[in-house]
Design a protein around this ligand. Sequence first.
Ligand code: SF4
Ligand code: SF4
Length: 401
Amino acid sequence: MSDKTQAIFTGDRCLSCTSCMANCPVMAAIKDYRGPKLVGPAHGRMHFSQEDIEATLEFCSNCKSCDRACPSGVAVSTLNMLQRAEYYKTHPHTQAEDMIAHGERAGKMVRMMPFGATFANIGMEFGKTLGIFSKLGLAGERDMPAYASTPFKDLYSRIKQTAGGKKIVMFTGCFINDNEPQVGEAFVKVMNANGYEVLIDKGFNCCGSPLVVTGYLDEAKQHADNNADRILEWKKKGIPVVTPCTSCSLMLKEEYHELFAEHKFHEAAENVYDAFEFLEILQERGEFNDNVKPISQKLLYHVPCHLKCQAIGLPAANILEEFGANVQTADAGCCGISGNYGFRKDKYDISMKIGAKLFERVKRKDFDKVISDCGTCRMQIHHGSGIKPCHPIEILAAAYQ
Ligand code: SF4
Ligand code: SF4
């Protein structure tokens, strides 16, 4: 029997209220985009075929603001992604699309070479300076994310964990593994402080989010199958899977079953938690270690779109405030980068226009630090404002003695 939560069936619930259109940041930024209602439920239901593909579908960034705004539970953004995959069945991907969709592959290649991270970072600097990225179809204005000298999965084996008998598995995500391993170290410190040993599973693939938004749906399905099977193995052992990356948690918890409509994805989702969601559950159970130094910082919090649509509230803000932090939400909408969207040359200006309100807010500098749970949001804020944010787990980790 079909699973009626699959996105393709939710289009029937559309009431044409246009709430999704009013909340779409791309629609607000450019006139060319016809918007989520016409592109998603309407066009998707009426046609849904490659011959009649909606030309402005390419503008959707998969930020999912439309999904949150919809009163009828239409999975608008996923309808868009399913249609995008149809388009690419008969249209070749560009070289730039291949690159931005396959960050995991690039990371593995870099790590196979001695001093691979150093050479790759120098190469990316030259690529930017000489305009090569721009010629390839990437946003030449941006710095590509620099590779850390040691990926988190290698650093992990050197961490002396101090936890008791409880265990979780960390889904690292590509960005934390390859580019920001310090976030992974902070995650381990916090989980250890709360009595959990952190395991990693080197058999996990990239969650597949960059593949889905770039139309590589078959590859994304292979990643989903592998990841869900592994999550279910951990579930059998009673060990939850926790991730400090909001786009990964959204993918594992919600997008797999919306896209692929298999019951196993629902079952796997029950064993996946975003990092602060998990910590808040520990608090509710009275199991949270509150032996934390007071956090006397004013924090500006950019809440990622992919956290908002998980409907779990703002657990990071709640926890940090409890220990003295003054957390203000930036309340400036989508940052505009939306995963790899803002790395496309032809989407760069849209991405920066969407993020402009947030950049202005950050530039007021009336805080000690900017925090955000999403790696690409952090990159976009840094690029647009010059101020480098950190992950909220780094603030909490520093507060544990
Ligand atoms: S996912 Fe974002 S960009 Fe795409 S239609 Fe929805 S609100 Fe607009
Ligand atoms: S918000 Fe939902 S119900 Fe309203 S037009 Fe958009 S998809 Fe249809």
